[in-house]
Design a protein around this ligand. Structure first.
Ligand SMILES: *[C@@H]1O[C@H](CO)[C@@H](O)[C@H](O)[C@H]1NC(C)=O
Ligand SMILES: *[C@@H]1O[C@H](CO)[C@@H](O)[C@H](O)[C@H]1NC(C)=O
Ligand SMILES: *[C@@H]1O[C@H](CO)[C@@H](O)[C@H](O)[C@H]1NC(C)=O
Ligand SMILES: *[C@@H]1O[C@H](CO)[C@@H](O)[C@H](O)[C@H]1NC(C)=O
Ligand SMILES: *[C@@H]1O[C@H](CO)[C@@H](O)[C@H](O)[C@H]1NC(C)=O
Ligand SMILES: *[C@@H]1O[C@H](CO)[C@@H](O)[C@H](O)[C@H]1NC(C)=O
Length: 419
């Protein structure tokens, strides 16, 4: 754990003397506090951090079970933050519409609960794995990395005007097709990950001259046809776990290809044997054993087969719901939400903070004790002084009385005042 920096605490004490809000700030770079890790409890603390640490560069709020970042009705102070990490929280609102951070370049909101989100104009890297996103408003024309696995996107229409984009991650979403023309603005795209969707068709004719890495594994593709000729520089192509029957003959294997996985498909034997000869030297291990079926009319046979498979799948899903699947046959889905991760990440953080708070509390308590001792001492001194005063006062009165008696005795008028 990186916790060697100066750990400082701002406690805001309420009238009754208990900590009502607190921000705990861990400056990871010593006193400069350009790189800070924060533990806050709500938007009020966040606003205080924004005022006190407006000039920090890297700001990390990860793993603190924060459910709101900026009050929906409040104005947010300006900050000069460049890197904001809010991963592993419980955020639901698109707080970016209120965030005033014109230098912001990198954002990580992995493992939150956002349904919609805005990418600010200055942002180059935006990571939002495992939220609940169905929509995104991209206001940045300089975005280079957009990482969105484990969300609920079912269309590519929102990914427009992304000339600088180099990497797009959309695995584990709900996409049903890959229309290349919808990605036509991405002339710099090098990495495209669309694994674990329900993509059954790749269509469109847009060319991606810089695309080097394409992952379409674990989808429902049945054919490698014309659109696959759109990646002339491709180096890595992942097509395993689909239902591909054939690779159309006139789609050549690009010379640039260095690695391909065609495992676990539904290859027609004649077709895949021809293909294997062309790609033998680059196939990932075990691909040489790609299974295949001989059929006269591959596609017609498949249609019947998939109907059957669909039926069996529905049946096995029902059985799974009935709880009759044994642990042995249970395979974790790579797209599972892992909802406990937020708490798993937060717990050690909370422990550290708890221990730290306890330590601070103990320090404060010993200080309090010292103060109390001091007060006791002062009170003793006051009491002693009071006694002295009383004694003097008594002595004074005695003297006054004595003088008055003397006056009376001497038959003189007038009165002596003790003060
Ligand atoms: C954000 O914080 C998490 C948890 O420490 C870390 O795993 C992740 O890499 C950070 N994100 C970035 C972009 O640095
Ligand atoms: C995601 O949103 C849907 C409704 O849009 C909701 O039913 C579901 O509970 C949400 N998932 C999480 C993890 O919040
Ligand atoms: C492949 O052949 C089909 C006809 O069989 C043709 O329509 C298509 O344009 C060809 N594609 C390429 C990339 O040559
Ligand atoms: C290929 O399959 C054969 C028969 O199913 C098996 O004996 C062999 O071990 C497999 N080879 C690899 C590398 O998996
Ligand atoms: C699920 O359970 C119900 C009632 O226990 C039963 O009638 C049904 O046949 C079960 N379904 C499967 C697919 O096992
Ligand atoms: C917190 O303190 C307890 C004992 O007081 C210790 O067992 C635990 O490891 C500490 N946790 C951290 C994260 O330092």
């Amino acid at each position: 754990m990186r916790r060697n920096g100066l750990l400082r605490v701002l406690w805001i004490w309420s009238i009754i003397g208990l900590a009502s809000t607190r921000e705990e700030v861990n400056c990871l770079d010593g006193n400069r506090c350009a790189d800070v890790q924060l533990h806050v409890q709500g938007p009020r603390d966040v606003a205080a951090v924004m005022r006190n640490y407006a000039n920090s560069r890297k700001v990390d709020f990860h793993g603190i079970l924060l459910s709101q970042f900026i009050d929906s009705y409040a104005q947010s102070p300006w900050v000069q933050w460049e890197k904001l990490n809010l991963s592993y929280n419980l955020l639901e609102d698109d707080f970016f519409v209120k965030l005033k951070s014109p230098q912001l370049k990198s954002v990580d909101i992995t493992y939150n609960l956002l349904k919609t989100v805005t990418v600010l104009p200055s942002v180059k890297e935006f990571i939002a794995e495992r939220n609940n996103l169905t929509s995104i408003t991209i206001n940045s024309r300089i975005l280079e990395r957009l990482i969105l696995p484990k969300n609920k996107f079912n269309s590519l229409e929102q990914f427009k005007n992304l000339q600088q984009l180099k990497e797009l991650g959309l695995s584990c979403n709900q996409l049903e097709k890959l229309n290349l023309d919808e990605l036509s603005s991405m002339s710099s795209l090098a990495i495209l990950n669309m694994a674990n969707n329900q993509i059954h068709i790749v269509e469109g004719s847009c060319q991606f001259a810089s695309l080097q890495y394409l992952d379409l594994s674990s989808n429902l593709l049945t054919i490698v046809d014309e659109p696959f000729a759109s990646f002339p520089s491709i180096k890595h192509l992942y097509l395993q776990n689909n239902k591909i029957v054939m690779w159309i003959k006139n789609i050549t294997v690009p010379r640039s290809l260095q690695r391909i996985n065609i495992h676990n498909n539904d290859w027609d034997c004649a077709n895949v044997n021809a293909l294997k000869q062309k790609i033998a030297y680059i196939m990932v291990r075990r691909s040489e054993n790609v299974t295949c079926t001989n059929a006269d009319s591959p596609y017609v046979d498949r249609v019947i087969k998939y109907r059957k498979q669909e039926f069996y799948q529905l049946k096995s899903e029902a059985a799974q719901r009935n709880g009759s699947i044994s642990c042995k046959s249970y395979k974790p889905n790579p797209c599972d939400g892992d909802d406990n991760r937020v708490y798993e990440v937060a717990r050690p953080e909370m422990n550290i903070i708890d221990n730290y708070s306890k330590r601070i509390m103990m320090q404060l308590q010993s200080e309090l004790k010292r103060e109390q001792n001091y007060i006791g001492l002062l009170q003793q001194q006051i009491a002693a002084a009071q006694q002295k005063y009383d004694k003097l006062n008594r002595g004074n009165s005695d003297l006054v009385n004595y003088i008055n008696d003397e006056y009376l005795g001497a038959g003189l008028s007038g009165k002596s005042d003790p003060s």
